[in-house]
Structure formats: structure tokens, C-alpha cells
Design a protein around this ligand. Structure first.
Ligand code: NAD
Ligand SMILES: O=C(O)C1=N[C@H](C(=O)O)CCC1
Length: 278
């Protein structure tokens, strides 16, 4: 990890990492410190967290980097050109308001957001760019396009199921990625996921309703993230699969988005925009 980070160069956007001690937060702090195109401008954690007041480099077990972990989101975000946020829905909504006030780019990886959270984000995006994706990796964003195409090519007699597996600490299901893939499949069929989504199955569910999209979630161990989109027809199946083996793929995507967003106007964007896949 570089210790030359905060010898400032104005051209580099100052990036704040929220949830700095989390699985994604630590990954992001390291990546930003090692990237010459970005500067770590702040590290936030929730009030009461044991890292508050400590240098983030030291808290991570390395050398000091000159950035103290804070719970003062108002003061820290006011200094940011971008905020990279992998936390929890309620925290993300609060950060969105502060990031919009700072006219900074808000990169959101947090999943489990529900409609009221999304409504807040839409309002915040009237003032500054918000880039949000349930999965920031190049591979999943390519798979999203493939899923849309395959769903468009196959008729309703092909059943669509999304199966995902994640580590035992994951709190939301289906995963943000599974929902992205399901949405792409629904778009391929000229519909929305809200129209086609099957409720979670348990008990006597009855036969599958043609044209619907189902989800199954496995939770265990340290699985980083695995997704299958299954198209099941009569006598054959197509399986589109993404396997994540390193969280760095999400962090790299998020940092790329933060840099990409620097010259963008207010509005809602996703990784398809960042990667030029639209
Ligand atoms: N979009 C993607 O590519 C992608 C990839 C990985 C994870 N995620 C999502 O990111 C989120 C975080 O995942 P994780 O595995 O890093 O979880 P984690 O539990 O390891 O980390 C979350 C961190 O956020 C902190 N936090 C919570 N509330 C806060 C607040 N109000 N202020 C500051 N910090 C706060 C927690 O203390 C914790 O350190 C989840 O929603 C997960 O699904 C998305
Ligand atoms: O570890 C997680 O949590 C992940 N969340 C995202 C999701 O919900 O799809 C991306 C994969 C890892």
C-alpha cells in the first residue's frame, strides 16, 4: 500500500469511501491508495465503530496514510468529488442527500434497496450524478446483455430461473446481481421484472406459470458471488454463468465509475453507461 497518497495533486478526484471497514470498503481503500488517478479524501464508518478516530491505513493493519476514519458524514462528504458507497440501504439514502449537496458523484454498490430508497435516490440525482449497479464487474455487465439477447430469442416455452450463491454474511436475497439479470431477461421479453417475477417458492406452489422468472438463493461459507441464468426448454437447457472469485472486480468497477462520472451532469447512470455497453 502506498503511503504517498495525500501529497495532493488537484487533478485527482478526492474519493470518500463509506463503510471503510467492510469487505468492500477495505478493498476500495486499498485500490484508491494504489491508484495514481485518484486520491483518498475520506473514510466513513457508522457511529460507535471501533475504527472511528484511527488512521485508516493503520486500522487495516498497514502504514498510516493520513486519512482518519470518521463518523461525521456531513463534514467528510463536503470535501469529496466522489463517494463510493457499499453499505446498507438506509445509510446509502442518507449519503445520497449529502453527496448531492456536495455536487459530487455518488457510486452506489449497496444492494437490497427497495422502492422508497430508490425514490430518494432519484430525487438526489436531480442535483448530481448517481451511478448504481447491483454488480460493478465487467463480466456480470456483459452477461446482462447476453441474458437480454437470449431471452429475446427464446419463447415463453423456455422457463427462466436465476440461481445465485453468496457468503454466509450476506443479508439480502435475491442478490442485486440476480435482480439485474432477471430485469435483463424480462426486458428481453418486452416486460419488466415486476411483471414477471415469481414469488419465493415454499410448500405447495402449484405448477410453474409460463413466462415467469424465478429466483433461488444459496448462502454459505465465503462464496464471493456466483450466478446462473438458466433457460430451461423441452429436452435442453442453456445456462449463462458468472463466477466471482475476487471482490477486487467490484471495487475496480466502482473506482472506474467514480472517475468516469467526474464530467457527467446530474442523473442516474449504471455500469452499462460507464462501460459503454448501452
Ligand atoms: N454492486 C456490487 O458490485 C457489490 C459487490 C459487493 C457487495 N455489494 C453490496 O455492498 C454492500 C456491502 O457489502 P459488504 O460485503 O462490504 O458488507 P459489510 O457488512 O462487510 O460492510 C458494510 C460496511 O458498511 C458500514 N456501515 C453501515 N452503516 C453505515 C453508516 N451509516 N455509515 C458508515 N458506514 C456504515 C458497516 O459498518 C460495514 O463496515 C451490500 O449491500 C452488498 O450486497 C455490492
Ligand atoms: O457480497 C455481496 O454482498 C455481493 N453483493 C452483490 C449482489 O448482491 O449481487 C454483488 C456480489 C457480491
Amino acid at each position: 500500500m502506498s503511503d504517498l497518497q495525500n501529497t495532493d495533486a488537484p487533478a485527482r478526484p478526492g474519493i470518500v469511501v463509506t463503510g471503510a471497514s467492510g469487505r468492500m470498503g477495505r478493498m476500495l481503500v486499498r485500490l484508491i491508495l494504489d491508484n495514481p488517478e485518484a486520491r483518498l479524501a475520506g473514510a466513513l464508518e457508522r457511529p460507535g465503530h471501533s475504527w472511528i478516530g484511527r488512521d485508516v491505513g493503520e486500522a487495516m493493519g498497514g502504514v498510516p496514510v493520513g486519512v482518519t476514519v470518521s463518523d461525521d458524514a456531513v463534514a467528510v462528504i463536503a470535501q469529496a468529488q466522489a463517494v463510493i458507497d457499499f453499505t446498507a440501504p438506509a445509510a446509502t439514502v442518507a449519503f445520497a442527500e449529502l453527496t448531492a449537496q456536495a455536487r459530487a458523484v455518488h457510486v452506489i454498490g449497496t444492494t437490497g434497496l427497495e422502492q422508497p430508497h430508490l425514490d430518494y435516490l432519484k430525487a438526489a440525482a436531480r442535483h448530481a450524478p448517481i451511478i448504481r449497479a447491483g454488480n460493478m464487474s465487467l463480466g456480470v455487465n456483459l452477461l446482462t446483455g447476453l441474458t437480454r439477447k437470449v431471452a429475446a430469442a427464446l419463447g415463453e416455452d423456455w422457463d427462466i430461473e436465476v440461481v445465485e450463491a453468496h457468503h454466509r454474511m450476506k443479508v439480502d436475497a435475491p442478490s442485486g446481481t440476480a435482480l439485474m439479470l432477471g430485469e435483463a431477461a424480462a426486458e428481453g421479453r418486452g416486460a419488466t421484472l415486476a411483471d414477471l417475477r415469481t414469488p419465493a417458492r415454499e410448500g405447495i406452489t402449484g405448477a410453474r406459470v409460463p413466462g415467469t422468472i424465478g429466483f433461488s438463493a444459496i448462502r454459505g461459507g465465503d462464496v464471493v458471488g456466483e450466478h446462473d441464468v438458466i433457460f430451461a426448454g423441452a429436452g435442453e437447457r442453456i445456462v449463462l454463468r458468472h463466477l466471482a472469485t475476487d471482490r477486487a472486480i467490484f471495487a475496480r468497477g466502482a473506482l472506474r465509475a467514480a472517475i468516469w462520472g467526474q464530467d457527467k451532469g446530474p442523473g442516474e447512470y449504471d455500469m452499462q453507461d460507464v462501460l459503454g455497453l448501452n
